[in-house]
Design a protein around this ligand. Structure first.
Ligand code: NDP
Length: 538
């Protein structure tokens, strides 16, 4: 059976059927993909478990070499992959290219730093265990399942995929039903890079993290080690396609860890499904990011950041600016600059458009509903209004005096609708910024107090005198609190997220005071008590 169209309005096709991805600008079919059911997902995970043995066995150096080859190929193919991104999301070509640029930078960092962060290292054994040598390493889980959204179909899942691979895991990736072609482009280039680099170069299971954990997916048995096989024989990065059911099957497949990026509502379902097997989860959900403008802020820079942060990618950015709080003394000046900039923006399907269409048709109604709710409750539209909603496009909308209980303030908008409210001072700005269940990112514009204000915001990342800049710094962790989820992609935390700590102690010489034995004796205990009183009792 072939089902034309995605879930956009049509009934979800069953496993074994096909579905199509559409160009949101035109409705034209971009590609056709199978709906994978639980059986196929489980098979993919079982294959991945075998590939994971080989991949982990390569060690950090072997993986670094292959990830470098993938990085080079992604750069070589950047325009071609960007075209796929544009055709499935509708975003302008340069925005698609920028996604790839950032993803490649993260891939390079993850590959370069994995050994330093995850490789076995010595730690102090402490006074009581001074006869021990203590070491710590972070071996991989085996297979990591990655479920991704459509809004940044390269950058966002790569935050999990690149770091999981660098840590030594194989990955089974379920892209959004709206961007399956992008998922395949990533997996295909990885396989091509592996085939080109890895032939006859399998280094066996002697790498530093060769003892890969069984993912639980059928026991990770099978091939084990490398024994002369080429990279092309090992499906280290696979894609499964379909709808929510396919993602749910991946949650239940017994992967070693599940990394989810998407909405908070789906995040809860993912956690519930993963709980059945006690599968650990990384949950990256939505946001309602604030931008605070202090009295001494550079107003041009702040207005530019507010408009770009709120409108780029048609506002479909998890760390996009949705709420601006500007202090009263500079509010008029700031708003004037915001309005001028927002008025100049034009959405469209051409490469030179400022931003593209709403990728997910259903989101148009969400944005329109929030706009109506805000206006009904007394908000004022400074740019655009209800007529700005022209599916599949939404023109820029800037609202002010937006009641704090309207849905445009309380719920994720995910559209080019920016709210700008005046506050008496930065104290009120901080209170309002924190008054949300979300806690993903934030921005602060202030000449003198940026970092001080940042420290008081309840969220995972803050850009001071900038917007979204933290996402482009590979060494910095990315993730949220509250309804925005937990766990971190990117940086050292992002590498550790895809590995399990393993502690090892090795006795170097017989203990001066033997404590962990039935032959301990009263004398040993009185000596250790004297030691502890001297060390910690004062
Ligand atoms: P969804 O939550 O709708 O979907 C996310 C992924 O989960 C998709 O691949 C989806 O598949 C899949 N899925 C749906 N139902 C289930 C299920 N029951 N079990 C397992 N997987 C399932 O989010 P969107 O794709 O609409 O993405 C937008 C959201 O993502 C926004 O809230 C945004 O803020 C957030 N986001 C967060 C980021 C972060 O880093 N914190 C970054 C980027 C986006 P299908 O599409 O086939 O239904």
């Amino acid at each position: 059976m072939t089902q034309t169209g995605t879930s956009a309005g049509s009934e979800t096709p069953a496993a074994g059927a096909e579905f199509t991805s559409l160009d949101p600008r035109t409705g034209e079919v971009v590609g056709s993909y199978p709906v994978h059911g639980a059986a196929q997902v489980n098979e993919a995970v079982a294959r991945a478990a075998r590939a994971a043995q080989w991949w982990a066995g390569l060690g950090f150096a072997g993986r670094r070499k292959r990830l470098r080859a993938w990085r080079k190929l992604l750069v070589k193919r950047i325009d071609r992959i960007a075209e796929v991104v544009t055709s499935e999301t509708g975003k302008p070509a340069d925005d698609a290219r920028l996604e790839l640029v950032l993803a490649v930078d993260h891939l390079a960092w993850a590959a370069r730093n994995a050994q330093r962060v995850l490789g076995r290292r010595k730690v102090s054994a402490g006074v009581l265990m001074s006869n021990q040598s203590a070491t710590l390493a972070y071996p991989p889980f085996g297979v990591v399942g990655v479920i991704g959204p459509w809004n940044y179909p390269v950058f966002t899942p790569m935050g999990s995929i690149a770091y999981a691979l660098a840590a030594g895991n194989a990955v089974v990736f379920k892209p959004s039903e709206f961007t399956p072609g992008v998922g395949h482009a990533l997996a295909d280039t990885f396989a091509e890079a592996l085939a080109g680099e890895g032939v006859g170069d399998a280094s066996g299971a002697a790498g530093p993290d060769a003892a890969v954990a069984a993912s639980g997916a059928g026991g990770a048995g099978g091939a084990g080690g490398a024994s002369g096989a080429s990279g092309a024989d090992h499906p280290v990065l696979q894609v499964v396609t379909g709808f929510g059911e396919t993602g749910a099957a991946l949650c239940r497949s017994g992967v070693g860890k599940l990394a989810f990026t998407g909405s908070t509502a789906t995040g809860r379902r993912v956690m519930a499904a993963c709980a059945e097997n006690l599968t650990p989860v990384l949950i990256e959900c939505g946001g309602k990011d604030p931008l605070i403008v202090d009295a001494d802020a550079d107003l041009d820079a702040a207005a530019d950041a507010a408009v770009w942060g709120g409108m780029s990618n048609a506002g479909q950015t998890c760390v996009g600016v949705e709420r601006v709080y500007v202090v009263e003394p500079v509010a008029d000046e700031f708003l004037r600059r915001v309005v001028t900039r927002a008025h100049a923006l034009r959405p469209g399907g051409e490469p030179t458009a400022d931003f593209g269409p709403m990728t997910m048709p259903a989101q148009v109604d969400v944005v329109a509903g929030q706009l109506r709710d805000a206006l009904d409750k007394g908000a004022h539209a400074l740019v655009g209004g209800t007529a700005s909603v022209r599916p599949p496009y939404i023109e820029p909308v800037v609202l002010t005096d937006v009641p704090e209980d309207s849905t445009a303030i309380t719920q994720e908008t995910f559209g080019p609708l920016l709210t700008v409210n005046r506050v008496a001072d930065t104290e009120e700005a901080i209170t309002r910024a924190n008054a949300t269940a979300y806690g993903l990112g934030a921005s602060v514009f202030s000449a003198k107090r940026g970092e001080e204000i940042a420290a008081r915001l309840r969220c995972g990342m803050v850009a001071v005198n900038g917007v979204i800049t933290f996402a482009g710094v590979p060494a910095l962790p990315f993730g949220g609190v509250g309804d925005s989820g937990f766990g971190r992609i990117h940086g050292e935390d992002g590498l550790r997220e895809f590995a399990r700590a393993q502690a090892v102690t090795r006795q170097r010489f017989a203990p001066p005071i033997a404590l962990m034995t039935f032959s301990r004796g009263a004398r040993a205990m009185s000596r250790v008590m004297a030691l502890v009183r001297a060390l910690y009792g004062r």
